[in-house]
Design a protein around this ligand. Sequence first.
Ligand SMILES: [Zn+2]
Length: 241
Amino acid sequence: MTPQEITPFYTEAFRTLDQGRHETPDITVEFYPYIGINHTIRIRNDRILVRVAELCREMPANEQKALAYILVSKLLRKSVPPSARRVYSHYIKTHPVQEAARENKRARGRKVLSGAKGEYFDLDGVFEKVNRIYFGNRIERPELSWSARRTFRILGHHDPAHKAIIISRTLDAPDVPKYVVEYVMFHEMLHVALPTEHVNGRRLNHTPKFRQEERKFLYYDEAESWIADNARKLKRRAGGK
Ligand SMILES: [Zn+2]
């Protein structure tokens, strides 16, 4: 189906689920080459932007409509109508889209082998796990890479211009607990989820809200203490001495 054909389903879903509380915003629907069966919906400047996984382009009208109800329910924080969930998941389960998603992942894995796959930790896997547990899979996958050099001062870095998350190679070591790598990834992903605020011309990256969200990491205390306790060792490693 084309985005033009699908858009009215979103308008209908919005009107139905919102029950006339708000005027229906402008809605843009597009297919997006997500690797997996991911779809995103967000509202920005009174416009709704929907991205449906390219893998679901061939999905028929009834299922597209069900997906529209599912995504709009999430946007409006309403419970998903059970019939919509049933129709959509039946399609996903019975059509080869899952197989296609797996094939995409395999192909992608081969391509980025050098960047994300470390000697001890695979950043793709770390990203996926953190995204699933803390972000409901809502963070769009950026380029993921270990830093070319070992750095200590910066354990992680989010580069919004290049849509990339870089993690310091000092952490790709057998004595680094996995939760520390996950914690650094979580921190960088929070930068994606909570974009920089500008106050009086100053860029605020670590707002009180950011710090509060950061504490939701399950091993926050452990990770912070491990980094503090091992700072000297990491620094040494970074210096190559
Ligand atoms: Zn930061």
